[in-house]
Design a protein around this ligand. Structure first.
Ligand SMILES: Cc1cc2nc3c(=O)[nH]c(=O)nc-3n(C[C@H](O)[C@H](O)[C@H](O)COP(=O)(O)OP(=O)(O)OC[C@H]3O[C@@H](n4cnc5c(N)ncnc54)[C@H](O)[C@@H]3O)c2cc1C
Ligand SMILES: *[C@@H]1O[C@H](CO)[C@@H](O)[C@H](O)[C@H]1NC(C)=O
Ligand SMILES: *[C@@H]1O[C@H](CO)[C@@H](O)[C@H](O)[C@H]1NC(C)=O
Ligand SMILES: *[C@@H]1O[C@H](CO)[C@@H](O)[C@H](O)[C@H]1NC(C)=O
Ligand SMILES: *[C@@H]1O[C@H](CO)[C@@H](O)[C@H](O)[C@H]1NC(C)=O
Ligand SMILES: *[C@@H]1O[C@H](CO)[C@@H](O)[C@H](O)[C@H]1NC(C)=O
Length: 484
């Protein structure tokens, strides 16, 4: 049944038939249309509360109702009703988007939590995973099979936004981004049709969805390439910003980026100032039980205030860094080609500068992480394989800036500061000769207000052409995000 016909048929039997359409009415229409595998929840119920939770409180809105679809067919009915009634909505996976309105809404919140299956297919060496879970669930399900897929680095992150935006993983140096490892997906198109998409079946849609988030419909299942996975080495060290500790961390990081070419090795140094106290963390990863001598020696030599480093399962390493949050937050990002010592010094200076400047507000957490991937990271996908990254001509290392604070009244000042800081670091990189003046930025790290041109660059024309064909009535514009 087409969307308009479906809504008319539902309204015909409804007390609200002449009430005019509002969001509450839309919620009732959805409740009536869906099967018993799905359910609508209202404020006050535990499921509604859970559905509306986000990693950052600043990303949560109070939705009118939430709906947990349990089948792709029900997702189709929901999208038809939302499109016909032009009701604002959001699609939520793990709820880790830091931008308000990306996976939250005052309209209908579509929470994907019932799409929770993880299936390992040994013959084709692939994994099917539902879009309602977090990476911890995937790693846990795959551990008994001794396989893994390219996914998140710390605990709690949703698979959906991560996989549909890019996906920088501990396995990226070996296998590329998460989008480079997708073999196919099931998507519910804005007209309600449930479709399996591969590069062979629809090259333009495959390209556009991988990087294009929720612009083309609601993805219900993803199939990714699987790789053998044994025990790994690594974990987290906390390095206080006292004495010359951070200088040593800068040096070790710059050296790691310049010299380490073993694709199984990776580090994630993060410079944090929490309530005035400088405490960096460095997560180390080696895809093997024991790292070769030399790679991590400089990092291990810096005195640590806390340490959790061992040979362990992949899941255990990921869960060594919990990441729950109950405050407001914003991310921003700069794309770099090199983590030079001077760039590292500028990063530390930003940390100190903004921690001091923002302390009078409710700022309590100022954080900068640098991500020294191999600059070959984009060569695992073919040229123009996916909407993000829009160029694979050179390797770009995402730097993630993250501020957290308590009061909504401080949102504007924190968001302005994080934009100024990113602009300053980009200027430093350009001044030292990095070819990043026009570099695209990673959508999952970009601050609100970043232009879609900066995220999608040269991919935009192909995405827009695909959008015309797949979503001519622009139903997906009723949901927030990076809109093409
Ligand atoms: C603590 C933390 C650690 C992180 N670590 C990493 C990292 O190591 N590497 C990395 O690359 N990124 C990382 N990120 C960024 C992360 O990739 C994004 O936050 C990502 O969007 C999370 O996905 P989600 O499903 O939790 O997000 P959500 O907030 O649920 O969704 C994000 C976007 O995707 C859309 N979306 C969700 N589900 C669907 C669907 N089924 N179909 C279509 N669109 C959908 C939403 O509408 C929204 O626009 C991290 C973020 C946090 C907060
Ligand atoms: C929305 O419609 C319902 C009837 O379905 C009605 O009870 C409610 O008052 C309406 N709300 C608004 C804000 O118009
Ligand atoms: C759900 O619906 C199906 C088919 O419509 C029916 O066979 C089944 O009994 C229902 N289950 C419950 C628990 O109501
Ligand atoms: C999950 O797997 C079960 C068993 O194969 C299947 O019946 C169910 O439909 C799947 N759920 C979803 C949401 O795909
Ligand atoms: C960091 O490197 C610089 C330049 O090589 C050097 O002068 C400095 O002593 C190093 N700092 C530490 C703590 O090793
Ligand atoms: C430190 O950062 C501030 C803010 O970006 C900048 O104005 C200043 O020039 C920086 N100082 C140094 C020494 O880099």
């Amino acid at each position: 049944m087409r969307g308009a016909a479906l809504v008319t048929a539902l309204l015909a039997g409804s007390a609200c038939a002449n009430a005019g359409l509002n969001v509450t009415t839309t919620c009732h229409l959805i409740a009536k249309a869906i099967s018993n595998k799905s359910a609508v929840f209202w404020p006050g119920s535990p499921s509604y509360t859970q559905d509306n939770l986000h990693w950052a409180t600043s990303s949560s809105d109070v939705s009118t109702c939430s709906v947990e679809p349990g089948t792709a067919q029900d997702v189709g009915k929901i999208l038809q009703i939302l499109g016909t009634t032009k009701t604002p909505f959001a699609v939520k996976g793990g709820g880790h988007a830091t931008n308000a309105g990306f996976s939250s809404t005052t309209g209908v919140l579509v929470a994907m939590s019932r799409f929770s299956n993880v299936t390992y297919n040994s013959a084709p060496q692939t994994v099917d995973y539902g879009t309602g879970i977090i990476w911890d669930d995937v790693y846990e399900a795959l551990e008994p099979f001794g396989v893994n897929i390219v996914g998140g680095r710390v605990s709690g992150v949703g698979v959906a936004g991560f996989s549909l935006g890019g996906g920088y993983s501990w396995l990226t140096n070996q296998h590329g981004l998460t989008v480079d490892n997708v073999a196919g997906f099931e998507i519910v198109l804005p007209n309600g049709q449930v479709t399996e998409v591969t590069r062979q079946s629809d090259a333009d849609l495959f390209f556009s969805v991988l990087g294009g988030y929720n612009n083309f419909g609601i993805v219900t299942r993803i199939t990714a390439k699987a790789y053998p996975q044994g025990q790994v080495w690594g974990g987290i060290r906390v390095i206080l910003g006292v004495g010359d500790n951070w200088d040593a961390l800068n040096n070790a990081t710059a050296k790691f980026q310049a010299e380490v070419t073993d694709p199984k090795a990776q580090i994630l140094p993060t410079y944090n100032i929490f309530a005035g106290t400088p405490a960096a963390t460095v997560i180390m990863f080696y895809d093997g039980t024991t790292p070769p001598a030399g790679i991590f020696d400089d990092l291990m030599a810096i005195p640590a205030a806390q340490e959790d480093v061992s040979t362990r399962s992949f899941l255990s390493l990921v869960q060594a860094t919990p990441s729950s949050l109950t405050t407001r937050a914003v991310f921003n990002t700069v794309s770099l080609t090199t983590l030079s010592p001077s760039l590292m010094r500028a990063v530390v200076n930003e940390t100190q500068f903004w921690a001091a400047k923002l302390t009078p507000a409710s700022a309590n957490f100022i954080s900068y992480d640098v991500e020294p991937f191999l600059t070959s990271l984009f060569t695992h996908g073919t040229v123009q394989a996916t909407a993000y990254p829009p160029t694979r001509a050179r390797g770009l290392l995402p730097l993630n800036i993250y501020y957290a604070w308590d009061l909504a009244a401080d949102d504007a000042v924190m968001q302005a500061a994080i934009k100024q800081s990113a602009a300053h670091l980009k200027a430093v990189a350009v001044a030292e000769g990095q070819n990043v003046a026009d570099a695209p930025v990673y959508g999952n790290y970009a601050a609100p207000g970043t232009s879609v041109q900066d995220v999608f660059g040269d991919s935009l024309p192909r995405m827009r052409k695909t959008k015309q064909r797949i979503d001519p009535h622009n139903v997906m514009a009723l949901a927030g995000g990076w809109k093409v």
